[in-house]
Design a protein around this ligand. Structure first.
Ligand code: ADP
Ligand code: NA
Length: 327
């Protein structure tokens, strides 16, 4: 292969937030020049939490359209549905048999999620990292962009792959973490100690990618700041600092430039400027999204073509695995 392979994806639950966009999606846009990129709509993973079927189906389609609307070219990136490529579930099961419960017991995200969904601590939630390993290994992935919360999952993926390779020879490429140059961790607008997350139920805490301009500006106006009035980047001012990171991400300005721009001005002016900058940034995406959602045939054809492409690569690895283990 002449290009390194990069794999990522997002779960098909809820609408994407500005955090998903600035921390992930926006970074993905230029990678197809350097890497062979696969981005999944990770709908099998979403099943670890109970989903309302009609809404789930709609969310998955919206996520796909947002990938394209954000600027990922479906001719240059493999944008596909995880559930449409049955090799994910098949390899997932095989790798379950090469993973120790002791390893899964150490996963901190399972502990967090189990505490949050105490009424439905299912086996899928527990073996989630193994399915994620299958997602990555099926494509002979070289690079996986990971946030800090996913580092442990990439480690277990590498351990499983190495274990398998030690028994059967070089079947899987061992993936490496890819740390993007740009991008930031975006925090909740209401509780700036917490990351902005699509599962947050407080509507004012998150900017959704499809929020209209008025809504975006209103949410920024209500964003929690401290009792001071100076626009200064500091650990003691997490609310203002988060707004500054957001503003920096969308305008390309440094923290010093932002401090100078708002020198002598109050939080009100600053919040309005952040809201307007974010609304401007999202407007082209929202317009493309509207066109895409209206053109069902186009999205369907993109999905079909890319599902086939993903299946081709995934099945090649799956067949190799099956042969090695005697299936
Ligand atoms: P969420 O918590 O919104 O459900 P996921 O855990 O599904 O997000 O992550 C999807 C992608 O978005 C990942 O690549 C993750 O690193 C990124 N991401 C999620 N939230 C943020 C955030 N607040 N800031 C930056 N990146 C984020
Ligand atoms: Na999540």
């Amino acid at each position: 292969k002449d290009k390194k392979i990069l794999y990522s994806g997002m779960q098909a639950t809820g609408t994407l937030t500005l955090g998903n966009y600035l921390g992930a999606l926006k970074n993905w846009l230029n990678w197809d020049q350097e890497y062979e990129c696969f981005y999944g709509v990770m709908d099998l993973h979403s099943l670890t939490v109970r989903q309302e079927p009609a809404e789930f189906r709609k969310n998955a389609r919206n996520l796909y359209a947002l990938y394209v609307a954000a600027g990922l070219d479906p001719k240059k990136n493999c944008l596909y549905y995880q559930s449409h490529v049955s090799a994910h579930a098949e390899l997932g099961w095989i790798l379950d048999c090469f993973t120790y419960m002791g390893e899964l017991n150490r996963m901190t995200q399972f502990k967090d999620k189990a505490a949050k969904h105490a009424d439905n601590i299912n086996a899928g939630l527990y073996t989630y990292p193994v399915l994620m390993a299958a997602d990555i290994l099926l494509y002979q992935t070289d690079l996986v962009p990971v946030g800090v919360d996913q580092k442990q999952h990439l480690e277990i993926c590498r351990d499983i792959a190495e274990r398998f390779n030690n028994i059967y020879g070089e079947v899987f490429t061992i993936p490496e973490a890819y740390i993007p140059k740009a991008g930031a961790k975006i925090m909740s607008l209401q509780e700036p100690e917490k990351k902005m997350s699509k599962s947050d139920e407080n509507v004012n805490a998150t900017i959704r990618l499809l929020d209209d301009t008025d809504t975006i500006i209103r949410k920024f106006k209500r964003a929690v700041t401290d009792s001071g009035s100076e626009v200064r980047y500091s650990e003691e001012k997490p609310g203002v600092s988060n707004l500054m990171s957001i503003y920096g991400c969308v305008t390309g300005k440094t923290m010093e430039e932002i401090e100078r721009e708002f020198d002598g001005k109050g939080y009100g002016d600053f919040k309005l400027a952040v809201g307007e900058a974010v609304a401007d940034e999202l407007r082209p995406l929202q317009e493309r999204y509207k066109q895409l959602i209206a053109d069902k045939a186009y999205i369907e054809s993109c999905i079909k073509e890319n599902d086939e492409k993903a299946s081709y690569f995934a099945n090649k690895t799956l067949r190799k695995v099956q042969k090695k283990i005697g299936l």
